[in-house]
Design a protein around this ligand. Sequence first.
Ligand SMILES: [Zn+2]
Ligand SMILES: [Zn+2]
Length: 113
Amino acid sequence: MRLGNKNYSQDELKDLQKQNTKVYNNFVRRNNNNNQFTSFYHSSEWKKLRKQVLLRDNYLCQECFKKGIVNDKNLIVHHKVELREDWSKRLDMNNLEVVCYACHNKIHKQKQT
Ligand SMILES: [Zn+2]
Ligand SMILES: [Zn+2]
């Protein structure tokens, strides 16, 4: 069989299929129980970075701040591009923002519609 510009033998094809199944299974598992996300949020890397983002954003909700409201209650560090959208951006400071619970809910509701 020919795929792209490479000819594959039957054995190579079987290996490819196995690899794909593995990737697919990992993907499904990850999305089913969010284990990977949960352990990320418990990692020391994340806890350290979270603090840095809070410091950078002066422990203020950035969405409220844009509207001229100073809000330092119920803060969380939000991923603009979510973990499930782009795993590689999970530790990217530019992808992180301090927001309050209320704004966070709004952001995610907007995304869904
Ligand atoms: Zn807010
Ligand atoms: Zn979020």
